[in-house]
Design a protein around this ligand. Structure first.
Ligand SMILES: *Cc1c(COP(=O)(O)O)cnc(C)c1O
Length: 456
C-alpha cells in the first residue's frame, strides 16, 4: 500500500479557519422564520434576548451574512484541540476490500468526547462578554452538558444543567465529569421549577425527556437575574459554530487535491451534519460543485425520513419559539435507543430546508446494525466510536461495499462525531446479544402528527 495521502491529514494551527460560514446566506429558499409561541409571528431579536444571549440571538436570525469572524478568545480555546484530524481509514478500506477511499473527520479528541464543545465554547464566550452570571441548559445523553461545563469553567461562568432523569441515574460518570468542571446538575423533571412540578404531578415516577428538560432550563434562566438559556443543537447559531468541522474538512481535502464524492453524517438535531456539510452545500447552492450528501438517523427516531415538514414546538412545555422543521411531533417519545444524542423529535430548520430542496438525502439505520458497524470500525481503526457517530460509520461502510461491486474508487467522507466510553452499558447489551430494534408504526406517528400545532 502506498501512502501518498498521510494517515492523518493535519492542518496547521495557522490553517484553522478564522470565520464560521453561514450557509443560510447562500440558500435561495431560506429556512422558515422561527415564531414567537405567544403571537405566532416571526420572532425578533428583542423578543429572543430575555432567553438567549444578545449576540447569539442576532446570529440566530441572521440569514444573510456569509462569514462571521471567530472571536480571538474562541480561537484560542479551539487551538487546544483543533484543527481536528481528517483521517484516511486505510485499515477499514483494506478490511472491506473496497476500492473506495474513506476519510473521517474526528471530533472526539477532547474531554467532552464530541463535537459539541465547538458551540459550547462560543455560547459561553458570548454569555461572558454580555456580563452574565451564568447559563442554564438541558442534557440528555450528557455530551452537551459536559461540553458546556468545560466551556463555562474556562470563562468562569455558572453552569446549571437539567439532566434527563433516566440518564442522571444511568450515567453517573457523565454527571461527575460535569460536577468536576463545576456545573450544578439537577435530574429532570425536578421539583425546582413550575413545569417540573407540573410534569411530576401529571406523570408520577416519570424518568423525563429532553423536551421536558429544555422547558425546565428555559424557566430557570428566565427566573434568575443574569442568566440565559443555551442549547447544544437544532438552532441555526449552533450550526454556524459547527461549520468549523466542514471548513476544516474542506481545507484538508483541498490541501491534498481530493474531491469528496459522498459526505455522510449522523443526524439528531442536525448540528454536526449541518456543520460538516455547510461549505459543501454552499458549493452546490452556488452551482460550483456536486456532492452526494447523506444524513443518517436512527430507525427509532426518523424525523427526516418519516416526519412532517411543519411548524412545531421545540420543547414539551411549549415555551421555546416554534420552528418549521421535519418533525415527529413534540409529544413523540422515541423508544429507549442507545444513541441518546439522536433521540430528538425535530431537526434543524436549515437541514430541513436543504433536505426539502433535495440538497441532501436521508436514510435510517437500526441500532443492532449500527453497533455491528461500530465494532467493525473499532477493531480496525482503533477508535471506540459513540453510538451516534456509528450511524454514519454504518452508511459509510455500506457505500464502500457498493464501490466494491461497481469498482468505483469514490472518495467517501464521514463525520466521526465522538467517542463512546460512556456508552459501555449499550456496548454490553450488544456484546451479550441482548440489543433490540424498535421502529415506530405509522399509527404511532399519525397519532403524534395529529397534535402538531395549527400554524399555516
Ligand atoms: C449530540 C451528538 C450527536 C447528535 O447531535 P447533532 O446535533 O445531530 O449533531 C452526534 N454525535 C455525538 C457524539 C453527539 O454527542
Amino acid at each position: 500500500m502506498s501512502y501518498e495521502i498521510p494517515y492523518k491529514i493535519y492542518l496547521e494551527e495557522k490553517e484553522m479557519p478564522d470565520s464560521w460560514y453561514n450557509v443560510r446566506a447562500d440558500m435561495k429558499n431560506k429556512p422558515a422564520p422561527i415564531l414567537n409561541p405567544a403571537t405566532l409571528k416571526p420572532i425578533t431579536v428583542e423578543e429572543l434576548t430575555p432567553i438567549f444571549c444578545e449576540e447569539l440571538a442576532k446570529q440566530e436570525l441572521d440569514d444573510t451574512t456569509p462569514y462571521i469572524k471567530i472571536p480571538q478568545e474562541i480561537r484560542d480555546f479551539y487551538r487546544m484541540y483543533r484543527p481536528a484530524p481528517l483521517v484516511r481509514a486505510y485499515c477499514l478500506e483494506k478490511k472491506l476490500g473496497t476500492p473506495a477511499h474513506i476519510y473521517y473527520k474526528f471530533e472526539g479528541n477532547n474531554t467532552s468526547g464530541s463535537h459539541k464543545l465547538n458551540s459550547a465554547i462560543a455560547q459561553a464566550y458570548y454569555a461572558k462578554k454580555q456580563g452574565l452570571k451564568g447559563v442554564t441548559t438541558e442534557t440528555g445523553a450528557g455530551q452537551w452538558g459536559t461540553a458546556l461545563s468545560m466551556a463555562c469553567s474556562y470563562f468562569d461562568l455558572d453552569c446549571q444543567v437539567y439532566m434527563v432523569k433516566v440518564s442522571y441515574e444511568q450515567k453517573p460518570f457523565r454527571r461527575e465529569v460535569m460536577r468536576t468542571y463545576g456545573a450544578q446538575v439537577t435530574p429532570s423533571p425536578s421539583m425546582t421549577t413550575e413545569i417540573g412540578k407540573k410534569i411530576n404531578a401529571e406523570f408520577p415516577g416519570t424518568t423525563g425527556s429532553l423536551g421536558c428538560a429544555i422547558s425546565e432550563a428555559v424557566e430557570a434562566a428566565t427566573k434568575q437575574e443574569g442568566y440565559r438559556y443555551v442549547l447544544g443543537s437544532v438552532l441555526s447559531q449552533v450550526l454556524l459554530h459547527q461549520s468549523i468541522i466542514g471548513l476544516e474538512t474542506k481545507a484538508a481535502l483541498d490541501k491534498y487535491g481530493i474531491k469528496a464524492d459522498t459526505i455522510i453524517g449522523c443526524a439528531g438535531g442536525g448540528s454536526n451534519l449541518g456543520g460538516l456539510i455547510s461549505p459543501f452545500a454552499g458549493e452546490i447552492l452556488r452551482g460550483e460543485a456536486d456532492y452526494d450528501i447523506i444524513a443518517v438517523e436512527p430507525a427509532s427516531c426518523p424525523s427526516l425520513t418519516r416526519g412532517r415538514y411543519a411548524y412545531d414546538f421545540c420543547d414539551t412545555g411549549k415555551v421555546c419559539p416554534l420552528a418549521k422543521m421535519y418533525t415527529l411531533g413534540s409529544g413523540f417519545i422515541p423508544s429507549a435507543n442507545h444513541a441518546g444524542g439522536l433521540r430528538y423529535h425535530g431537526m434543524s430548520s436549515i437541514v430541513s430546508q436543504l433536505y426539502d430542496d433535495g440538497i441532501l438525502t436521508a436514510r435510517t439505520a437500526e441500532q443492532t446494525e449500527v453497533f455491528k458497524a461500530a465494532q467493525e470500525f473499532a477493531r480496525v481503526e482503533g477508535i471506540l466510536p459513540a453510538p451516534e457517530s456509528s450511524h454514519a460509520i454504518k452508511v459509510a461502510i455500506d457505500e464502500a461495499l457498493k464501490c466494491k461491486e461497481t469498482g468505483e474508487a469514490k472518495n467517501i467522507v464521514f463525520g466521526l462525531t465522538g467517542t463512546g466510553y460512556f456508552d459501555m452499558v449499550a456496548y454490553g447489551k450488544f456484546n451479550d446479544g441482548e440489543m433490540s430494534d424498535y421502529i415506530p408504526t405509522d399509527e404511532e406517528l399519525e397519532a403524534s402528527f395529529a397534535k402538531l400545532p395549527k400554524v399555516d
